[in-house]
Design a binder for this molecule. Structure first.
Ligand code: B12
Length: 151
């Protein structure tokens, strides 16, 4: 089965070009994409991810308010019982920030990977393949580990 990702622009942000490009690149690479479009609330990301049993959530933000828009996002994801890979990308800070600092901020908010606005979609696709493969191989080995732990 093709991996499924939910993709949208969070908050009140209306920049649509980036996610349109990402959507096409992901589909061409064989992913099922649930595209939520622009101005997507945290609740809409979580509901769509649960409804489609998605493997990953890709959040986009361009207008400089990503940090505020993502406060509490991972708490909601967890509360919904979702075990998914989460990425965020775009123009995440206001002005020309130091990207290492920006990455640290969004990792602290719970994102597995943080991408800047120069990211080629193929880079995110390669990362997704790695992360989803790793996750499914961990799930496969879980019973072994549990058996070992139980003696
Ligand atoms: C076009 C544009 C607009 C259009 C948007 C039209 C539309 N419906 O899409 C309009 C005129 C409406 C607009 C409005 C505003 N804009 Co504007 N806009 C731009 C502009 C010029 C281009 C954006 C674009 O389409 N880029 C092309 C696409 C292909 O690139 P991208 O969006 O960056 O996406 C790529 C990557 O970022 C990455 N990516 C994006 N998301 C994700 C997610 C993941 C998970 C991954 C892996 C990768 C990824 O992959 C994408 C594909 O390659 C940028 C400046 C710029 N050069 O980027 C400013 C810019 C984004 N806008 C800006 C601002 C401030 C605004 C406004 C707040 C202005 C205002 N005061 O009203 C409003 C916000 C309105 C709103 N509610 O969103 C600022 C943001 C500043 C910041 N972050 O510090 C920018 C950077 C301009 C600037 N230099 O100041 N904008």
């Amino acid at each position: 089965m093709a991996p499924t990702v939910t993709l949208g622009v969070i908050g009140s942000d209306a920049h649509v070009v980036g996610i349109t490009i990402l959507e096409h690149a992901l589909e061409a690479a064989g992913f099922d994409v649930v595209s939520l479009g622009v101005q997507t609330s945290q609740a809409a990301f979580v509901d769509a991810t649960a409804a489609h049993d998605a493997d990953a959530i890709l959040v986009s933000s361009l207008y400089g308010h990503a940090e505020q828009d993502c406060q509490g996002f991972h708490e909601r994801v967890e509360a919904a019982g979702l075990d998914v890979v989460t990425y965020i990308g775009g123009n995440l800070a206001v002005g020309q920030d130091d990207f290492d600092e920006t990455r640290t901020t969004f990792e602290a908010l719970g994102f597995d990977r943080v991408f800047d606005s120069q990211t080629d979609p193929e880079e995110a696709i390669a990362a997704l393949r790695d992360d989803l493969e790793l996750r499914s191989s961990e799930a496969e080995f879980e019973p072994e580990r549990v058996r070992a732990a139980n003696g």
